[in-house]
Write a protein that binds this ligand. Structure first.
Ligand code: Z2T
Length: 825
């Protein structure tokens, strides 16, 4: 075949007329219908594929450019992706919204009406999954050759509803109406083994090379979604694996004797692997199926990476020069053992060379400081599910511990502490240790977390290999979280800065600084926030029936429910505001709307009860004529990326109140500050870096720092003492205990009260007074409208650092050592 046949040709036109013609043609040939009889979903799907076709063109040219350049590729391995809705993004990135609006108007439909059919793929829990999506967006925007690998869960993160204020989970059947954004690639399917046994390899008698005969095999079928860069031609992909039964799974013998259901047992078992996302944020369920998911992702992706490598390269000596794999937390860490197995057992590479290649290939990002979030798997389970991998782990550990003993002769505690195997009643494999041992670079996601990791959880490793430890502070994509979420503010910014360059060079927002003292600009800034709050008020009323005042201070706490994040502290403040108003109803108060958003893991009973309490407090506040005059509490259900894009632009106050030393980074904190919300927060995670940049005067700081929190815990923390010493705190806790939020039933929230008074694991009571006092200074600042506006503008102006473009640049330079490949138009 000639070169020309391989060269991708432009197949879609570049004008409004072309777009309109393609729309009508797609409606006719793809949906089999006409303008007159098209339904809403017909309209949505047609628009989606028409926009998608523009990206396919770019993707084909990207693939060709990458093939020609044979560059080093970044492979991002992540069990979670929270991509958000696709339609608006792809309209923006193809610059076709300007055509769609008039065409839609012509046809008598609105883009907004079609967008309700755009389902967000909820393939993640929270920050970690959304970070993966932001990094992929920036990788494409920076023209870095990259592929994201993940799992195509049939059911994503559950849908949250409330029944009598209680969280009720419903399945997220996100593909029910079909997903126009993905492409099946059945030719690239892979086979994955589980269970079975290992045998010596006759080619290497008594050596490290062995043969694994799996007891079960499952097929992985990939689909990809396109990941366009903004303002560039690059379109990368994210490849999501779906588990399918292998051909042999159908049990003909059983079918033949009438055991129809039993005959498909194996099919059901295989396909369950990618059935559902585990809904736990920062805690590990420790279930066999979860481990199967992890290995399924790893096995399919590594084979695909090797397949891609071999398209342009041969031999193994260049593998680590062409391939860099980023492990998003420990979930995909079995990839370290799998690559060793592929190289040693299947390709006959010697152990030492294989280890050198493997270690040069991998890097590991750690997203937590919580000990309970560090994955460990029982050795017994691994021996059964992945017998060969367990042998390889023992071998890796053996050579590693030799190195440790050589570094610390005579020290017996060091090998015990650093070993991949945790000894005890039930021996377990420590995935974080395997990750560090198998990687070139290890990074935390904010400065404080990286420092604490090196001082605590990974201390011994940071001492042995200081050169492996890096910090790469998280970032967020300004395209989705400023341009798309907040078009009004974007327009104001573009007007002030003169052009849209800030969208790909976010530090240019500094240019807003000089406008912070311009009264007209301030008024325009306030008007945008006011309009955004009007939109939010309408959406909240639709979702909850509660009316909110767009002029009230919008105080938002949007994140997963977790004790360490301290929604209970926010609630104590709300109850304190209530009690103050009740004590003096005639006084003047700053009108405030407190908005909560977030899900609790279905098995996390304490947080489910806290959700119930938040809803109960909201019910009391919003229906009490005296309280509701000054205060509203709303909790729209099912917080997700789509809802974040509504709430964030309307926020005045961003609640970032985790116990210092517990939140690895946070990224909602960045999105809110970037949209001009002021932060009330502790010295935790990236809050510290936000405050450093926006300035201490433009940030409401309160509470213990990580050192003070650790000291207090060590000295024997007693929440009861705080309760007894502080009248308002006592009153707030007593209000809950009195049954005031349960129609007088004192037992209803007794466990919440009990947890606060007797455990208070995350020391909310110790920070209560500082927090409430700080909220008073927030209100003083709010009353000075001009000052508040200035602070708000300066927050946006000084948050350019938190662009995920900067994050990705740092990964590229310091960890991945990759260069861009430009794609010609
Ligand atoms: C997660 O979202 C995060 C950490 C996890 O640790 C697991 C999940 Cl699902 C295993 C979050 C952190 O809590 C948050 O601080 C951070 O900003 C985010 O990851 C992205 O790094």
């Amino acid at each position: 075949m000639t070169e020309a046949r391989h060269r991708p040709r432009r197949t879609v036109g570049d004008s409004l007329e072309d777009f309109e013609r393609d729309l009508i043609s797609n409606l006719y040939y793809q949906r089999g219908t006409t303008i007159e009889s098209a339904s809403g979903p017909d309209g949505y799907h047609t628009l989606a594929v028409t926009v998608r076709d523009r990206l396919v063109d770019r993707y084909a040219r990207t693939a060709a450019a990458h093939y020609a350049a044979n560059p080093r590729f970044v492979y991002y391995l992540s069990a979670e992706y929270l991509l958000g809705r696709q339609l608006r993004q792809n309209l923006l990135y193809t610059d076709t919204e300007r055509w769609v609006r008039p065409i839609a108007e012509d046809l008598g439909v609105s883009l907004e009406a079609l967008e309700v059919y755009d389902v967000e793929p909820g393939l993640g829990n929270g920050g970690l999954g959304r970070l993966a999506a932001c990094l992929l967006d920036s990788l494409a925007t920076l023209d870095i050759p990259a592929v994201g690998y993940g799992i195509r869960y049939e059911f994503g993160i559950f849908k949250q509803t409330f029944r009598d204020g209680r969280q009720v989970e419903r399945p997220d059947d996100w593909t029910f109406y079909g997903n126009p954004w993905e492409f099946p690639a059945p030719d690239d399917r892979q086979l994955v083994g589980f269970y079975g046994a290992t045998q010596p390899d006759p080619r290497d008698p008594g050596g490290l090379r062995r043969v694994w005969v799996p007891g079960e095999t499952v097929r992985g079928e990939p689909r990809h979604m396109l990941v366009p860069g903004y303002g560039t031609q690059t379109v990368n992909i994210i490849r999501l694996w779906q588990a399918r039964a292998s051909r042999e799974s159908f049990d003909l013998a059983r079918f033949g004797v009438g055991q129809y259901v039993e005959a498909v047992d194996d099919i059901v078992r295989a396909e369950n692997i990618s059935k559902v996302l585990y809904p736990d944020d920062s805690t590990e369920p420790g279930r066999e199926l979860r481990l199967k998911q992890q290995y399924f992702l790893v096995a399919c992706s590594l084979r695909d990476i090797i397949r891609r490598y071999r398209l342009r390269n041969s031999g193994w000596e260049h593998f680590a020069d062409k391939v860099v794999i980023q492990l998003n937390d420990t979930h995909p860490v079995m990839a370290v053992t799998e690559l060793m197995r592929l190289l040693v057992d299947e390709h006959g590479v010697g152990w030492d060379e294989a280890w050198d290649i493997t270690r040069r290939t991998f890097n590991y990002t750690c997203h937590t400081l919580l000990p309970e979030a560090l994955e460990t798997w029982p050795v017994r389970l691994l021996e059964r599910l992945l017998p060969r991998h367990m042998e390889i782990i023992y071998a890796i550990n053996h050579f590693f511990l030799e190195e440790v003993r050589a570094a610390y002769p005579g020290d017996t505690d060091m090998p015990r502490r650093m070993s991949i195997i945790q000894e005890g009643d039930e021996r377990r494999v420590r995935m974080a240790h395997l990750a560090v041992i198998g990687s070139t670079a290890v990074n935390g996601v904010a400065e404080l977390q990286t420092k604490l990791l090196a001082e605590t959880t990974l201390h011994d490793f940071a001492v042995l290999w200081p050169e492996r430890f890096h910090n790469v502070t998280n970032g967020v994509t300004p395209r989705r979280f400023l341009r798309m979420a907040n078009p009004r503010l974007s327009e104001l910014i573009t007007g002030a800065l003169g052009d849209e360059g800030w969208l790909t060079d976010l530090e240019r927002l500094h240019g807003l600084g000089t406008h912070a003292d311009d009264p007209d600009f301030r008024a325009a800034w306030r008007a945008v926030k006011r309009q955004n709050k009007g939109d939010l008020a309408a959406a909240v009323e639709r979702a909850t029936g509660v009316l909110i005042d767009p002029d009230a201070l919008a105080d938002v706490m949007i994140k997963r429910f977790h004790e360490y994040k301290r929604q209970q502290l926010k609630l104590l403040h709300v109850i304190t505001m209530m009690n103050r108003i009740r004590a003096d109803p005639q006084a003047t108060y700053v009108p405030r709307t407190v908005l909560f958003g977030g899900k609790a893991a279905p098995g996390y009973l304490a947080m489910k009860q806290l959700i119930e309490l938040v809803n109960a407090v909201a019910g009391v506040v919003n229906t009490d004529p005296v309280l509701a005059r000054h205060l509203r509490v709303v909790f729209p259900p099912d917080y997700n990326v789509t809802k974040a894009q509504f709430v964030i632009p309307a926020a005045d106050l961003s609640e970032q109140i985790s116990l210092a030393g517990k939140e690895a980074s946070g990224t909602g904190n960045m999105k809110l500050a970037l949209n001009g919300a002021l932060t009330i927060g502790t010295l935790d995670g990236a809050n510290i870096e936000i405050r450093d940049r926006v300035g201490a005067d433009n940030f409401f700081l309160f509470g213990m720092d990580a050192q003070a929190a650790a000291d207090l815990r060590r000295s024997g923390y007693s929440p009861r003492a705080y309760y007894e010493a502080d009248f308002e705190l006592r009153l707030a806790v007593d209000t809950i205990a009195s049954g005031a939020f349960a129609k007088g039933d004192r037992d209803a929230f007794a466990p919440v009260v009990d947890a606060m008074l007797h455990r208070d694991e995350y020391m909310a009571l110790a920070d209560y007074r500082a927090y409430v006092d700080c909220q008073d200074t927030v209100e003083q600042a709010w009353l000075d409208t001009e000052r508040w506006t200035r602070m708000s503008i300066l927050n946006t102006a000084r948050c350019g650092f938190f662009s995920s473009d900067r994050t990705v640049r740092e990964y590229c330079e310091r960890i991945w050592k990759v260069d861009p490949v430009r794609v010609n138009p």
